[in-house]
Design a protein around this ligand. Structure first.
Ligand SMILES: [Ca+2]
Length: 377
């Protein structure tokens, strides 16, 4: 693939650093932001207690509005199950005949309609038998299905995964860059394409869904979440060979979509070859870690529960490969600080969700579901 020279981008930034007052190239202006936070110590805010096991490669755990007794789990090969009291498992939707399972393919995302308790609507994201991305609306207890999205996938990897409703009531989806290495299909910086983006649609408008690009320059946003109170989205964007990143981005729909930098940047590191495209403000990671500490970030949530008061307002995330779990404190200027590695860890960590009370749940590809509990118990 063509590698474009980076020198034109780097020179103005260096000039600005030297204080000569030259304007940085559009998009690189955010380089004045503070460096991403890195691990600065350890902590033991909680223990993990296993609450279910034997599930098949879970990719999601969470609660449904109006159901405080059950946990809802996605199994990567294609089932949505409910884990009820006593660990009883009920299959709610079975797409195993339609889903292909690979390392990064399968049933990858679930979101409940904000009004699910009344309308029973939920949304699933999966990889179909041809390896392409599909999103559809289901109405639980009926056979109703409404296709919402089809995206041709050029490679098996980097399919993104997460579905979630934003504080604006829109359904958001994270899509990876289409796969291969170093965005060889040139998707992430092309704002006319859906790959390498955070996109959203209004599911309550009937007729053909229209998807909007909200953020671009993503590599593989496997997991993201909204901190509704602050109108922010937190993204764990999986890195290439060196760096995993956490992005903290304000929701500003009246502004042009912001640029998360890939593949011109991996984490905060400028890579040779690709340039920033489009008009979006460049967003540097709030936090990052290198492959000395893992190899695939699993983005989590800002804790808004009550059982673990020391975690209040902290963002919780981890790494699939090392099982490490970190928490950090949102800092000034959209940054992060006080990154602590937890004593607890979870091998094959695939998803961090919350129950109906906002308490932390951890899904792992080894089949386990765990809950964060106070160490004082
Ligand atoms: Ca980035």
């Amino acid at each position: 693939m063509p590698r474009r020279p980076a020198s034109l981008l780097l020179l103005p930034v260096l000039a600005l650093t030297a204080g000569c007052g030259a304007l940085p190239e559009k998009g690189d202006r955010a380089q004045a932001r503070p460096a991403p936070a890195r691990e600065s110590g350890t902590a033991a805010h909680f223990e993990l207690r296993r609450v279910a096991s034997g599930l098949v490669r879970p990719t999601y755990v969470g609660a449904a509005p109006g159901d405080s007794d059950g946990l809802y789990v996605l199994e990567q090969p294609g089932r949505l199950v409910r884990v009820g009291p006593g660990g009883r498992i009920t299959t709610l939707i079975d797409l195993r005949d339609e889903v292909v399972t690979g390392a990064e393919q399968g049933l990858l995302g679930l979101a409940f309609h904000p009004d699910f308790a009344r309308n029973r609507r939920l949304y699933l994201h999966w990889t179909d038998r041809r390896g392409d991305t599909r999103v559809a609306e289901f109405t639980l207890g009926t056979a109703a299905r409404r296709p919402l999205l089809f995206v041709d996938q050029p490679e098996e990897n980097h399919n993104g995964g997460q579905l979630a409703f934003g504080p604006d009531g829109r359904l958001y989806l994270g899509l990876g860059d289409g796969g291969g290495a170093f965005d060889g299909h040139d998707n992430a910086q092309d704002t006319d394409r859906l790959l390498g983006k955070l996109i959203s649609t209004d599911v309550d408008t009937r007729g053909e869904p229209r998807w909007r690009v909200d953020l671009y320059g993503l590599r593989n946003p496997w997991r993201f979440s909204f901190d509704a109170g602050l109108g922010e989205v937190w993204i764990g964007d999986v890195g290439q060979d060196a760096t995993e990143e956490i992005d903290r981005v304000p929701l500003e729909p009246d502004e042009p979509p912001k640029n998360l930098g890939w593949p011109a940047y991996e984490g905060s590191k400028r890579l040779d070859g690709d340039r920033l495209e489009g008009e979006g403000e460049l967003i540097s990671p709030a936090a990052e870690y290198t492959h000395a500490d893992g190899c695939s970030v699993t983005g989590g949530v800002v804790y808004r529960g009550t059982e673990l008061p020391e975690l209040a307002g902290r963002y919780v995330y981890g790494d699939f490969c090392s099982g490490a779990i970190w928490t950090l404190r949102p800092g000034p200027g959209r940054g992060a600080e006080d990154v602590r590695r937890e004593r607890a860890s979870q091998q094959q960590l695939s998803h961090i969700g919350v129950d109906s009370e906002g308490e932390l749940l951890f899904a792992a590809a080894n089949g386990d579901i765990a809950r964060a509990v106070s160490r004082r118990r």
